[in-house]
Design a binder for this molecule. Structure first.
Ligand SMILES: C/C(=C\Cc1cc(O)c2ccccc2c1O)CCC[C@H](C)CCC[C@H](C)CCCC(C)C
Ligand SMILES: C[S@@+](CC[C@H](N)C(=O)[O-])C[C@H]1O[C@@H](n2cnc3c(N)ncnc32)[C@H](O)[C@@H]1O
Length: 270
């Protein structure tokens, strides 16, 4: 069984990286309170980033995608095949969009766990539960996608929206998802598509440089949103994601390009 708030930063490299960041901060010629790492590399940097952007995250997603992200998230949830009575998991749930959609699919006899390592994102998710017309079947758990606090074969379906690109060890995250998924069940992983098409990748980068970052700068979050571009560059293509899923032990894996090729969804079966 899982235990709530069983989050431990247990990754030696992550800790080492953040100790180094702290040392650089101490040496920096300006106060540490104004220090923002220009490269968001370790798990602690990413956790801090998602805590910082939590208050504006939902509104900016609606604005920047012109509401399209809601359609992409519906597609991702429908591809899991989650049905009434199922026990399902939304890894890297953030403010809870996918968990709320799953909640409707599994209905009152089912159970949804939304897991994230950002306390601020979970606070937003849980406050949205009150205003949403959803079943009271969601539990918010603070935890690490790289060390899921659940038994093997616990879930009938799993979703992950814009999460895999943000975890430091993508293979480990996929292994953990496979471990907690029931044999025969499906995970659906939505994210930006690292496209091989020059036109598509150029459009994504142009949007980030000329729309996303300038809009985020209004909230003092330009550095945090600049990270989007590097994280997409360092991500895996659809074919590479399919290969990774099969390597860790999924029996089938298919990556679908959606949103005009800007987004992608990896659907893999245990
Ligand atoms: C869904 C969006 C962003 C999610 C998101 C993911 C992350 O990993 C982050 C990391 C750090 C900071 C923020 C985020 C984050 O917000 C919004 C995506 C918007 C796209 C950049 C642009 C969409 C362009 C068009 C309006 C869509 C047109 C679609 C049409 C069907 C062609
Ligand atoms: C871009 S947000 C996506 C939120 C939500 N799934 C959505 O689609 O809007 C990425 C989320 O992943 C979470 N995250 C990143 N790495 C994580 C990890 N190792 N363990 C748990 N959560 C993580 C962040 O805290 C953040 O809330």
């Amino acid at each position: 069984m899982y235990s709530n708030v069983r989050y431990l930063t247990s990754h030696g490299w992550a800790v080492l990286c953040c100790v180094a960041t702290e040392m650089l901060t101490a040496l920096a010629p300006y106060p540490s309170s104004t220090f923002r790492p220009t490269s968001i590399r370790c798990a602690n940097d990413r956790q801090a980033l998602f805590n910082r952007i939590a208050p504006v995250y939902d509104n900016l997603n609606d604005l920047l995608s012109l509401g399209q992200h809601r359609i992409w998230k519906r597609m991702a949830v429908s591809w899991t095949g989650a049905k009434m009575g199922d026990r399902v998991l939304d890894v890297c749930c953030g403010s809870g969009d996918l968990a709320f959609l799953l909640s409707n699919n599994v209905a009152s006899h089912g159970k949804v766990i939304g897991l994230d390592f950002s306390k601020e994102q979970l606070t937003v998710a849980s406050s949205r539960s009150f205003s949403k017309n959803c079943h009271k079947n969601i539990e918010w758990v603070q935890g690490d996608a790289l060390d899921l606090p659940f038994d093997d074969g616990w879930f009938d379906a799993i979703t992950m929206g814009y999460g895999l690109r943000n975890v430091v060890d993508k293979r480990k995250a996929m292994q953990e998802i496979l471990r907690v998924l029931k044999p025969g069940s499906t995970v659906s992983i939505l994210d930006f598509n690292k496209s091989n098409e020059l036109l598509t990748s150029s459009f994504t980068e142009w949007m980030i440089d000329n729309v996303v970052v300038p809009v985020a700068s209004v909230y003092g979050l330009s550095e945090d949103y600049k990270y989007l571009k590097s994280s997409i560059r360092e991500f895996l293509t659809g074919k590479e994601l399919e290969k990774l899923a099969l390597e860790v032990g999924f029996s089938t894996a298919r990556h679908y390009e959606i949103g005009g090729g800007l987004m992608g969804c990896l659907v893999a079966k245990h």
